[in-house]
Design a protein around this ligand. Structure first.
Ligand code: UGA
Length: 437
């Protein structure tokens, strides 16, 4: 018999997981406390931008396997329940806010059937899964809980969910592993690495992976600082060290650093949890990773000041990009938007362009000017900043753009534009970590 699956929390992770599970042939019901989100998903519209997801959602809704509801009671006959609710940073500290995960367990524990398996996917501090399992079993002794961290990247959510580079399952018994093997049978047949762990290790794998990625980015941004001081070029340096397969070339793109809803909050929550465990010294380096990351934004603003004789008041600045990375409309802790807002606060007249993130960006910083036209964004600009490396910015003809600006200076905050091409077209080209003569 086909497994019946519920997905609790239909944000970024949950909506993707629900649609992908349905595409594997399971009967899936997505549940959320936000009726607007449920209504939107049920009508085939995702309330955010993610390439390929809306199309998949519509196909799966039409198949009859996928449905959405705000009524928790509808999940009572499901065999598995994936917990995909958010764990944002608390407002008054570095730790993760666990209100939603504990709330989800409290809501489903009394109604799920005997033998069903709750599977946590949300990113949580180590030790949370064991606590949640005790709570669940206290209310429903015949249910069980496992942890199956998610490694999907925004912009590649469907691909990463259907073809993950590994599957990690934290379980306390063989039955739970067996059920998860059934869910991921297709991946197992494709020989996706399958890592079985205990609950704390499964939770730790997730934050360790994100900490490593954050460390790689801050490492190259630290090298960018040294390159600037020594007259070197970080893009050449990154390429050269990346040829060593032990280092690898990915995640060595120097620039204004990492943002988004995961990396920044995950390394902070990891530090907070390590402190509670008495292991804070082991993660002391993450504090430095965070500082290097925040400093990348300041260094960008310093470059802007240098090019505008230190006084930003009344200067027209065009910002290309607001999302925290390309192929996403997410502006949570976006370095691009943060820099735009700081420059505006220093008196500049900032106009921001982004192909997808304007609506979210405007909600966060209504005082900034936004436009959907690149030409309108740069017209009369004293300086152009390239802050999110959308493909369409690499396709700009620098000679055409030059005709629109007052002052042909561009600063590439992502080291993604072709410097020689821009210089040949008459632009003064600056970038982080490269010689800025
Ligand atoms: C990240 C991880 O990559 C996923 O594996 C993980 O599942 C996810 O967090 C999560 O915890 O949910 P994501 O936040 O979508 O995924 O974005 P990334 O692709 O990791 O990029 C993060 C930030 O680093 C972006 O702001 C990006 O611009 C920046 N970045 C990335 C760099 O500055 N340089 C690089 O070389 C790579």
């Amino acid at each position: 018999m086909t497994l019946k699956i519920s997905v609790i929390g239909t944000g970024y992770l949950g909506a993707t997981h629900a649609a992908c599970m349905s595409s594997l042939g399971f009967e899936v019901i997505g549940i959320d406390i936000d009726p607007a989100k449920i209504a939107s998903l049920a009508s085939g519209t995702i309330p955010f931008y993610e390439p390929g997801l809306q199309e998949l959602l519509q196909v799966e809704l039409a198949s009859g396997r996928l449905s959405f509801s705000a009524n928790f009671h509808e999940i009572s006959d499901c065999d598995l329940h994936f917990i995909c609710v958010g764990t944002p940073q608390v407002k008054d500290g570095l730790a993760a806010d666990l209100t939603y995960v504990f709330g989800a367990i409290a809501a489903i524990a009394p109604i799920i059937k005997a033998g069903s398996l709750v599977v946590g996917k949300s990113t949580v501090p180590v030790g949370t899964a064991a606590k949640l399992r005790s709570k669940l079993l206290a209310i429903n002794p015949e249910a069980d809980l496992a942890w199956n961290p998610e490694f999907l990247r925004e912009g590649f959510a469907v691909e990463d969910t259907l073809k993950p580079n590994r599957l990690v399952v934290g379980v306390t018994n063989d039955r739970a592993e067996g059920l998860l093997r059934e869910v991921y049978a297709k991946n197992l047949a494709e020989e996706t690495p399958w890592v079985v762990a205990d609950l704390p290790t499964a939770e730790l794998v997730k934050v360790a992976a994100n900490s490593f990625l954050a460390t790689k980015i801050s490492f190259i941004n630290a090298m960018a600082e040294v390159c600037e001081a020594a007259g070197g070029d970080v893009t050449v340096l990154a390429k050269a060290i990346g040829y060593d397969p032990r280092i690898g070339s990915r995640f060595l793109q120097a620039g204004i650093g990492f943002g988004g809803g995961c990396l920044p909050k995950d390394i902070r929550a990891f530090m907070a949890r390590a402190q509670e465990l008495g292991a804070e010294q082991a993660l002391e380096f993450l504090r430095e990773i965070d500082s290097i990351n925040v400093r990348a934004r300041t260094r960008m603003i310093d470059l802007v000041r240098k090019d505008l004789s230190e006084d930003l008041r009344g200067r027209k600045i065009a910002v290309l990009g607001a999302a925290f990375k390309p192929d996403s409309d997410d502006v949570r802790d976006s370095p691009a938007l943060d820099i735009a807002a700081q420059i505006q606060a220093a008196g500049a007249l900032v106009t921001v362009h982004d192909p997808k993130a304007i609506e979210n960006a405007r909600r966060r910083f209504p005082v900034l000017n936004f436009t959907e036209e690149i030409n309108e964004c740069v017209v009369g600009a004293d300086l152009v900043l390239h802050l999110t490396e959308w493909k369409l910015y690499r396709e700009i003809d620098p000679a055409e753009l030059l005709k629109l600006v007052s002052n042909p200076i561009i600063i590439d905050g992502r080291n993604a534009l072709d410097r020689d091409r821009w210089r040949a077209a008459g632009w003064k080209f600056r970038a982080l970590g490269r010689s800025n003569i």
